[in-house]
Design a protein around this ligand. Structure first.
Ligand SMILES: Nc1nc2c(ncn2[C@@H]2O[C@H](COP(=O)(O)OP(=O)(O)OP(=O)(O)O)[C@@H](O)[C@H]2O)c(=O)[nH]1
Length: 319
């Protein structure tokens, strides 16, 4: 049986040797524990910070609050400003989590750190300390970023995303220029989608986007036709080798198939169902023109479809 002081010593010893970087502040914001992992992570020794409130110097070059300080000072409402990447109440008890890139002043490295901080109370519910643990998530963050960069599919709709579209447009442009074949683009935008979201909520809005995306995809018959979620409630179809007449036909087919879905849109001034405004453009790619110009033409045509009362398609004059 170990007595109270021995128990305390044991607990401190345990914390010193934890694999996770950990430090503890008293209610004045002074460091009372700075474990070995924390020394390794920050390059700052316990001797330098114990009894001081200089712990911030391990993570930042200018004075600012750390996660544990916000709990001690009752300033957790400032977390959103302090941690740009994320900050949210922890799922464990009454602690907080936050993540940030830090340029570590002592070791001179840029690290992505995930911090958890939790208050410690005595038997009377009085705050006596705050413990903060820090995990170096730099490798995971870099890997995640690389994966995101490689991703070409829009998560919600399963269509290709804009990054893919940009690459694909460039290569199809070059191919069509080589072969002397036309390249068409259809831009599609859901009418009064803000009102739809406002009326039914964002989740129903997401379902609507999925239905519209699926219908656009199913309306394309050739393997070389590509449907993309351009962003928000805007979609784009790229049609290599298709003339203006063919592209207009496909646009009309998409429009008709969307109408058939009969997705109720009671707050739309133009129809009781969800409808699209569509811009079509076709170009014979050449060295004197650019893919950006094709998109601009389609965008202007879509704008005219909107301005003309929505729920219609408009074709850019390029012939
Ligand atoms: N549910 C949901 N809504 C989205 C998503 N992306 C964008 N939106 C919403 O789409 C709406 C687009 O609004 P606006 O650009 O004003 O366009 P609009 O209301 O369709 O008006 P018009 O295009 O002029 O007919 C905004 O309310 C966005 O919040 C998404 O992924 N899910």
């Amino acid at each position: 049986m170990i007595n109270k002081p021995e128990q305390t010593e044991f607990a401190i010893n345990l914390m010193q040797h934890l694999v996770t970087a950990t430090f503890v502040l008293d209610t004045d914001g002074n460091v009372i524990i700075w474990n070995r992992s924390c020394e390794r992570l920050t390059g700052i020794t316990a001797d330098e910070v114990i009894g001081t409130s200089n712990h911030w110097k391990a993570f930042y070059s200018n004075h600012r609050l750390c996660l544990a300080d916000t709990i001690i000072e009752g300033r957790t409402n400032e977390l959103d400003n302090l941690y740009t990447v994320s900050a949210q109440p922890s799922v464990y008890g009454n602690g907080y989590k936050a993540e940030n890139w830090c340029v570590m002043p002592r070791i001179g490295k840029r690290l992505y750190l995930a911090a958890d901080a939790g208050p410690i109370y005595d038997n009377h519910g009085q705050l006596i300390a705050v413990v903060e643990t820090i995990r170096d998530q730099t490798d995971q963050k870099i890997a995640q970023k690389k994966l995101e960069e490689l991703a070409v599919v829009d998560e919600l709709t399963g269509l290709f995303n804009r990054r893919y579209f940009n690459d694909h447009l460039d290569s199809e442009w070059k191919r069509c220029a080589r072969e002397g074949s036309p390249l068409s683009v259809i831009l599609l935008d859901i009418d009064y989608f803000k009102q739809y979201n406002d009326n039914f909520g964002h989740l129903v809005g997401d379902e609507c986007l999925k239905s519209v995306a699926g219908t656009i995809q199913r309306s394309l018959l050739r393997g070389s036709d590509t449907a993309t979620r351009f962003g928000g409630e805007e979609f784009c179809v790229l049609l290599p080798g298709i003339q203006q007449k063919g592209a207009t036909k496909i646009a009309e087919r998409i429009c008709a198939n969307i109408e058939k879905l009969e997705i109720p849109h009671p707050t739309s001034p133009v129809s009781q169902w969800v409808t699209l405004s569509i811009g079509v453009a076709c170009i014979l790619p050449s060295e004197n023109d650019t893919p950006a110009n094709l998109l601009t033409l389609a965008d202007e045509a879509m704008y005219r479809a909107k301005a003309g009362g929505r729920n219609q398609s408009f074709c850019a004059e390029t012939d």
